[in-house]
Design a protein around this ligand. Structure first.
Ligand SMILES: Nc1nc2c(ncn2[C@@H]2O[C@H](COP(=O)(O)OP(=O)(O)OP(=O)(O)O)[C@@H](O)[C@H]2O)c(=O)[nH]1
Ligand SMILES: [Mg+2]
Length: 476
């Protein structure tokens, strides 16, 4: 889990110069890669306290400061949240509230609020509800105060025990009598909504027959235009969305094991800084597939940050060569290195795929949405078909993480595909949810089927582009 979204934001670069904006850029860069301190085991235990939810990190005291002001800046108006405090004895404890932090100064009725505690020794977390069933917490401007425990007391890494009987528990069981914190985090708790009765898109998950069929379709694909042997598909999207991972994943499926040719990972700005055109071999030492995946630098919000709209136009028209080094402060120059002056149809882009992180759909900033709309407008003018790849479905929904075949049954993923289609102005049928290989060593049949299905759809859309080309160019 990484930290981002409304409150913390991502890396933001503005054209203004000066120390202040440099510092803001630097802080933005740090925030975009803030990571959860929960171990996989602790996260699992914490999630067991809820239904089908996902956690989104909003605030981390060691990064954002043990300060009430910072706490409320990051956590106010975020809906249900859970505070996670860590102490030296290894206890992880805190409180869940289902209502907003709003600094009203009022005692808030919240019958869903509870305190909890987890430790390595205890298999199941301790869960303590409010004793009078009404009082949940006091909504002041001082962090989380549940009337018996006051987290971040006095702007410090401590918890204060407050007299009261709103929650009852043994101190030893809750925090092992250690109220000095080593870390304190707050997560927004997002409801994933369970599973639909019937899938919203049909897919044949049944084993190797399906995978072989999809692989053969891709291997035998032939562009409908004589002069072109490989369909060129461009991947564009925000920093860290999974563009390079998608190429690695498709390459892995055809190689037969997980590979990492393109660099992937998390940094404040785009990890990919070059334009790359990747061919994929149908099998080890074999022929290249009739498909080239073109990887780009990530999009950022600011006007002179990340990939430029003019760069995208140059790429679409086939002017940009493999390994062109992007320069965020200057678009591709007609007289510069890596510029192809007279491209032909085979160098142009035949299908554009917007790559978006399913965990961040609801957090796309207005600036990013505007940027995507401007890009889409430019691409529409050139008549290039467009699709959306919704990555990280495993991180977005715990039910999908448990079993990838739930991807078209998950309420949450269905909702995200709808939101994406509205946000980008494309039909829902253009949205392709996938899980890229990110931490695995071995291939998984269902991951492969979902990835290959997306590629087949890209090739079908590419055909639409070739259909639009002059009739005399068509291959027999
Ligand atoms: N769990 C999960 N992680 C993913 C998935 N796709 C990508 N990741 C991880 O997300 C991080 C960013 O992925 P990249 O492929 O580097 O993203 P990118 O869009 O190429 O990013 P830039 O080149 O920086 O613009 C990496 O740590 C990946 O392992 C996915 O489907 N599921
Ligand atoms: Mg990349």
């Amino acid at each position: 889990m990484t930290c981002g979204g409304k409150a913390t934001g991502g890396a933001r670069r503005t054209p203004s110069s000066g120390l202040h904006s440099e510092l803001q850029t630097f802080l933005g860069d740090i925030m975009s890669v803030v990571r959860s301190s929960l171990s996989a085991e602790q996260e699992k235990k914490l999630l067991s306290l809820f239904g089908h939810v996902r956690l989104h990190l909003l605030y981390k005291a060691s990064v954002h400061g043990y300060s009430h002001a910072s706490f409320h800046h990051h956590c106010n108006q975020q809906g249900p949240t859970v505070l996670v405090a860590y102490n030296k004895t290894g206890f992880v404890f805190g409180g869940y509230i289902s209502k907003d932090y709003a600094e009203t100064g009022q005692a808030i009725n919240d019958d869903k609020a509870f305190l909890y505690s987890m430790s390595d020794q205890r298999e199941k977390p301790l869960r303590v509800s409010s004793t009078n069933g009404q009082y949940g917490f006091t909504d002041g401007n001082f962090g989380l105060n549940v009337g018996v425990l006051w987290f971040l007391y006095n702007n410090t890494a401590t918890v204060q025990v407050v007299a009261g009987n709103s929650y009852t528990f043994e101190a030893e069981e809750m925090h092992d009598n250690d109220l000095q914190l080593t870390e304190c985090e707050v997560y927004r708790v997002e409801d994933c909504g369970g599973l639909l009765e019937t899938p919203w898109r049909n897919i044949d998950w049944e084993g190797y027959g399906t995978k072989d069929r999809l692989m053969n379709y891709i291997k035998n694909y032939k562009p409908e235009v004589k002069s072109v042997v490989q369909a060129r598909v461009l991947l564009v999207g925000p920093v860290g969305a999974g563009k390079s991972s998608f190429f690695n994943s498709i390459n892995s499926v055809f190689k037969g094991h997980v590979t990492g040719q393109a660099n992937t990972g998390s940094a404040g700005n785009s990890l990919t800084t070059q334009f790359r055109t990747y061919s994929i071999k149908a099998e080890q030492g074999g022929k290249a597939l009739p498909l080239v995946l073109c990887d780009t630098m990530g999009l950022e919000e600011g006007p002179s940050a990340g990939l430029d709209i003019d760069d995208i136009t140059s790429i679409l028209k086939g002017h940009v060569q493999d390994r062109y080094q992007f320069n965020p402060s200057m678009s591709v120059q007609a007289d510069g290195v890596g510029y192809c002056k007279s491209p032909s149809l085979k160098d142009m882009i035949h299908c554009v795929v917007y790559v978006l992180d399913a965990c961040k759909v609801t957090l796309l900033s207005a600036k990013m949405v505007d940027k995507l709309a401007a890009i889409r407008k430019g691409i529409n003018k050139l008549g290039v078909p467009q699709l959306v790849l919704l990555t990280k479905v495993d991180e977005a929904c715990p039910l999908v993480r448990e079993d990838l075949t739930n991807v078209y049954l998950s309420h949450y993923i269905e909702r995200m595909t709808r939101e994406v289609s509205v946000c980008l102005g494309v039909s829902q049928s253009c949205v392709l949810p996938v899980k890229n290989y990110s931490r695995e060593f071995e291939l998984d049949i269902h991951t492969d089927i979902l990835l290959l299905t997306a590629v087949v759809q890209m090739l079908r859309y590419t055909d639409d582009y070739f259909d639009d080309q002059a009739g005399d160019q068509k291959s027999e």
